[in-house]
Ligand binder design. Structure first.
Ligand code: NAD
Length: 269
């Protein structure tokens, strides 16, 4: 049985994670952590998630529940995640990180912990998205250097704070790697005014923010005469939460290292 603590338990993903952990027969809802000073400290985390009393009260720091859990699941913000990563490394815990929007410097800091604890870090925990990454790698290898333009279009709810989505960037990286291109050089994130025609090797990104869209990604491979589109649509946050719980169970049995969902699912991308 894997004892799980959920950070940001009052957030959108946090509340969904309470449902996913409660539904999994191999995991225990061990602790829920809210922001320091939050008025929700002391609330029952089952009630916060609309599940009824679960007998676990929210605390406002990982230190307050350090003896209760084995794996921390963190979907918060980059700064909070890095603090929790340091805490887990110091206290012999494991961590699953779903937080997106990290800068290169923050990812470098995160990577510095790879020898100190087992961690899973993935911008998208959905099994379907991770399979889609594999399909994109195959499509990019077959089409990318044969005159097909590659464009990534992503849509999310109006509250999302980072753009393009971590998933869109990951899709871009997988395709760029498959084609021997560098996304930093070939990624195009803005087109406005007299920006000229596209180049052959660029990978373009477009962002939509509207309403309550959970998460949609389409990658277009377009050439003269035909267009292939590979689309993934998430209709509920439960897909991310179930993937995170699967990652938590998996990482509980791994040696120190930084892993992604491709490792959890054995997809080898
Ligand atoms: P949210 O704003 O609804 O939730 C974040 C929660 O963290 C809030 O309740 C906030 O109070 C809490 N928080 C802030 N500081 C804290 C602290 N020090 N300790 C404990 N809790 C703290 O956001 P969300 O929609 O749940 O998304 C959170 C993150 O997860 C974002 O980066 C989002 O992009 C990412 N996300 C990733 C995936 C994935 O599959 N990897 C899926 C969905 C969302």
């Amino acid at each position: 049985m894997t004892r799980i603590a959920i950070v940001g338990v009052a957030g959108r993903m946090g509340r969904t994670l309470v449902h996913a952990v409660a539904q999994n027969a191999e995991t225990t809802l061990a602790a829920g952590i809210v922001a320091p000073g939050s008025s929700l400290a002391g609330a029952d985390i089952g009630e916060l998630a609309g599940l009824g009393k679960k007998g676990v009260t929210a605390v406002d720091s990982p230190a307050a529940c350090v003896d209760d859990f084995d794996v921390l699941i963190d979907f918060t913000t980059p700064a909070v995640t890095l603090e929790n990563l340091a805490f887990c490394a110091e206290h012999g815990k494991r961590i699953v990180i779903g937080t997106t929007g990290m800068s290169d410097a923050e990812i470098e800091t995160l990577d510095g912990y790879r020898e100190r604890l087992p961690m899973v870090f993935a911008p998208n925990m959905s099994v379907g998205v991770n399979l889609t990454l594999k399909l994109l790698e195959t499509a990019a290898k077959a089409l990318g250097d044969e005159g097909y333009d590659i464009e990534v279009i992503e849509s999310h709810h109006r509250h999302k704070v980072d753009a393009p989505s971590g998933t869109a960037l990951r899709m871009g990286e997988v395709m760029a790697d498959a084609l021997g291109r560098n996304l930093k050089e070939h990624g195009v994130f803005e087109r406005v005014g007299q920006c000229g025609p596209r180049s052959d090797k660029e990978i373009g990104f477009a962002t939509v923010r509207a309403g309550d869209i959970v998460g949609e990604h389409t990658v277009m491979f377009a050439t003269e005469g035909e267009r292939i589109e590979i689309t993934h649509k998430a209709s509920s946050r439960m897909t991310f939460a179930r993937g995170a719980v699967r990652a938590a169970r998996w990482v509980a049995g791994q040696p120190n290292g930084r892993y992604g969902m491709q490792d959890v699912l054995d997809l080898d991308t």
